[in-house]
Design a protein. Structure first.
Length: 96
């Protein structure tokens, strides 16, 4: 459930029209928030009768990528790639 809240906050942040340039950006990452995990959460939460709140937003996003070695990425390498734009091997956390 914590992951669903994080992704909802992320979508709210980027779906709101902004007139001035933001001073700071907070990036929430819903770890293990693949399409099937969201489907399972919907079925658990409301027996698949209605979408989850964040699924009703007009703008959404998703991304996929592999680690630097071309293998399936883990959470550390995934977070580093999203934060820095640089792919790393699994188990590596970027420090900048």
């Amino acid at each position: 459930m914590r992951n669903l809240i994080c992704i909802a906050c992320l979508i709210c942040l980027f779906a709101t029209p902004v007139k001035a340039e933001p001073m700071n950006v907070i990036f929430f990452v819903g770890d293990d928030m693949g399409f099937e995990a969201v489907n399972a959460a919907r079925m658990f939460n409301n027996n698949d009768t209605a979408p989850l709140f964040f699924e009703t937003f007009t703008h959404t996003g998703s991304m996929t990528h592999n680690n630097a070695g071309g293998d399936t990425t883990d959470s550390a390498a995934s977070g580093t790639a999203m934060a820095t734009g640089v792919k790393v091997n699994n188990g590596v956390i970027s420090i900048r």
